[in-house]
Each structure stands twice: as C-alpha cells, then as structure tokens.
Design a protein around this ligand. Sequence first.
Ligand code: TYM
Length: 332
Amino acid sequence: MEAKKVMLSGIQPSGDLHLGNYLGAIKNWADRAEEFDCYYFMADLHTITVRQDPALLRKRTITQLAQYIACGLDPEKNTLFIQSHVPAHAQLAWVLECYTMFGELSRMTQFKDKSSKHQDNINAGLFTYPSLMAADILLYQPDYVPVGEDQKQHVEITRDIAVRFNNIYGDVFKVPEPYIPKAGARVYGLTTPGDKMSKSVPEGCVFMMDDPAVIAKKFKRAVTDSDREHCVYYDRENKPGVANLMNIYSAVTGKSYEEIEREFDGQGYGVFKPAVGEAVIEMLRPIREETERILADKAYLESVYKAGAERAGRVAFKTLRKVYKKVGFVAP
Ligand code: TYM
C-alpha cells in the first residue's frame, strides 16, 4: 500500500480565532483525514515573539484545541498537539537558523510588519521566527501546508531552507507545497477592507466565538463604498469592501461571483450585508456550540493533547535524529 500524503499546519493562540483563520486555513483542514496523514498544532512557541499574558495564552491554547475538534478535526484521525510539548521543534529550529540567511529573514513581510508595530520589542525570536516555522513543517515531511495567502512567504522560505540543506546533505527533507484556498485565502477587515482581517482591529474582525447578534452588527457596519446604486459586483480595486464581502459569501456558500451578482441584483447593500452576516452566523453557530460543549470536558482535552504530542513527538524525533547525524553530532 502506498503511504498516505502528509498535511500539516498551525495557528498561533495569540488571539481568539477569527473568520480569516477559519476560511483561510481551518476550513480546508477538515475532511482531509481519510486521504492524508494530518498534523495540526497550536503554535504557542511562536506567540511569545510578542508579549503575551501567560494565563490568557494557556486559556487560548486549550480553547483553540476545542475549536479544532469542533471544526471537524477528529483527534482519532488527526494528530492534534501543542507545539511546545514536542521539543524537537525548538531543537530543529536552532539547526535551521544556521542554514537561514540574515538577508532572507530581513525580507520577511511579517517581520517588517510586526517590528514596526512593536518597536520597543524587536527581539531575536521575532527575526528568526521563519526558521522555527520551517522546523515545524520539515519535521513531519509534509506534502502540503494549508495556509492563508499571508503565510505563503513563510512556506516559500521553508522550501528554500529545505533545498539548501538537502543540497549539502542529500535528501533529508521533503520540499512541501503551500496549499491555498481559492475563496477565503485573504479575508480583509470589515471596517478596513484594505488590510487583512486581524484581531488588532476587533470591530472589523469576526471572532468564531462571537455571539450571533455581535456578528450581525459587525456585518451591518461593514464598510462598502459611495456607489449611489449600491451595485453588488466584484471590483477589488474600486469596491474593496463589496469584493471582500463577496469573497466571504463565496467561501461560505460555495457560490461563484456571477451567482452572487445575480442573487443581489438591484437589491442594494442594505440587503446584501445582512445576508452575508446571516450566512456566516449559520456557518459558525454549530462550531461555537460544539466548542462550548467540548471545553467543558478538560480531562478529554488533556487526553487529546497528550496523545497528540506523543504521536507527533515520535515522527518529529525521527527527522531530528537524521538531521543531527547529518550535521555531525555524536548520537546521544
Ligand atoms: P497565524 O496564526 O497568523 O494564522 C493562522 C492561519 O490563518 C490564516 N489567516 C488568514 N487567512 C485569510 N485571511 C486572513 N485575514 C487571515 N489571517 C490569518 C493564516 O494564513 C494561517 O494559515 N506563522 C503562522 C503559524 C504557524 C504555521 C506553522 C503555519 C507556525 N508554524 C507551520 C503553518 C505551518 C501564523 O502566524 O499564522
């Protein structure tokens, strides 16, 4: 029998999960378990590149695990774990830092972005973050890394690091492909349709645990444009707010832009905006309810992350051992 292909991805528990995380990433993780060998984790090591509240970080990490399961990731079929529970991530990250160039790290958009936002804390971890992410990925030899558009650059540097390492030591790492969805790859903020949806602008960010009334209000207040006719058609440049709402609606319902244009022809934004909100509410409702149910069972969640770390640890250690041998470390 041919071995299953491998899929892996992670999300930082630095904030509550939002619609961008769901449509850009998680939605494409569920339902893959039969076809792929899947690894999904809470990227807690990454979060401390920016200061975190320790109690809140712990709470968000557990909530995120419950959300993964509520989104359809069955822990029996997917390996779900907390990044810091598998020491090989930090161990391989160090090795890969020595095969990552200062120049490439300097070009990373996320580094430039975060260092300009947190000028009082431009730490070494923020700079070497992509080497840790490369370690996260390469340890599991995945074929695909399902992420939103904004993480594509990090998957590309991972590929460069893997190729560089393989060129010196032979075929140690599989070179993975990013797997980016057609709709929902880049969800913009509802109040800032020029910038990606992010927790830093909460009024334009739809959190997965938001109350339906709150979600409805956020969509009603979504920024559109001054088109007097209130025409719903796709024009990313001139109608970014409408384009974003169409993209969200398309990702949620599976409808094409032409179908959406026809559906709202002559109806105006007053009908369109609440309709998108309603579709999102109905998509998120069962996930939120299921998350709350799972969160009440702390012992179950603990058993999931413990079993996950054990499974992930075995696979990761195999790659780490190979790398240590290749670079010349004496076997412990
Ligand atoms: P993070 O935690 O910022 O985001 C998690 C996932 O959500 C996607 N995403 C979005 N997609 C569409 N529209 C948006 N507005 C939006 N905002 C976020 C991201 O593309 C991502 O897929 N470095 C990573 C976490 C990470 C990782 C990894 C991912 C660490 N190690 C290994 C894959 C493999 C990050 O900060 O994503």
